[in-house]
Write a new protein. Structure first.
Length: 210
């Protein structure tokens, strides 16, 4: 899904932004955090707080993010409900989790994380998006073509993936995210859509807390 490529771009942006500054990172839908571990390798990461629905992936995340002198906090929770986190963060990151929420849930999440973010805090989001003027049905059709074209993904697996996408993917366009940001005091600074994947549009969006 071009995941690694967008993570590398994010890692470069993070190094430029933070240099040697201490980073307090909030991760949303962290999964096993293996890519977050790589992405933050060159940063002075002081604390990592992360939320995911699934206990078993949080256990993996704990292992992957164990580093000397790093404070870690993991919460099994739904990111579309009030977050169980208390501190203030100077970096927020999420990849491939936020598209699971409805438009209202995404708005509420942006508002919620703004309350936990220091002014100027960057929020990097890598996620599936809808192209401008693409309806959800058109998105689902396009993604279905994408997965049907992957020959190693056969039969049951293909059906499983497509059912998951049909049930859980509610991507928004970049413009819609810009608007959500405007409503919730996050400015969309720039975005990068992966050109290599026209049938499965994926973007890195960089917001900054106003
Ligand atoms: C596709 S995985 C991505 C994991 C990780 N962010 C990465 O990029 O490698 C999506 C993750 O989001 C989590 N997730 C999905 N919906 C969630 C929700 N409503 N609240 C918390 N976590 C959620 C899943 O449990 C899963 O670990």
């Amino acid at each position: 899904m071009g995941h690694q490529q967008l993570m590398q771009i994010t890692a470069q942006k993070l190094q430029q932004h933070f240099a040697n500054e201490a980073v307090h990172l909030l991760g949303l839908g962290c999964g096993d955090a293996s890519l977050t571990a790589k992405m933050t390798r060159e940063l002075s990461l002081a604390s990592y707080t992360a939320v995911d629905l699934v206990e078993s992936v949080l256990a993996m995340a704990r292992q992957n993010m164990t580093r000397p002198d790093l404070e870690i906090h993991f919460f099994q929770s739904n990111i579309f409900e009030p977050l169980p986190v208390k501190s203030s963060y100077n970096l927020v990151f999420s990849s491939f989790a936020i598209h699971h929420g409805s438009l209202e849930e995404k708005q509420a999440l942006f508002s919620e994380i703004r309350k936990r973010a220091e002014p100027g805090c960057p929020f990097f989001m890598i996620d599936a998006i809808r192209l401008e003027d693409q309806s959800r049905d058109q998105y689902l059709e396009s993604v279905s073509q994408y997965f049907k074209g992957i020959s190693v993904l056969e039969g049951d697996w293909q059906n499983f993936v497509l059912e998951h996408v049909n049930q859980f993917d509610f991507p928004e366009s970049v413009e819609q995210f810009r608007e959500i940001g405007e409503q919730t005091q996050w400015q969309l600074m720039d975005h990068h859509i992966l050109e290599e994947l026209p049938d499965y549009p994926v973007a890195l969006m960089s917001f900054q807390a106003k």
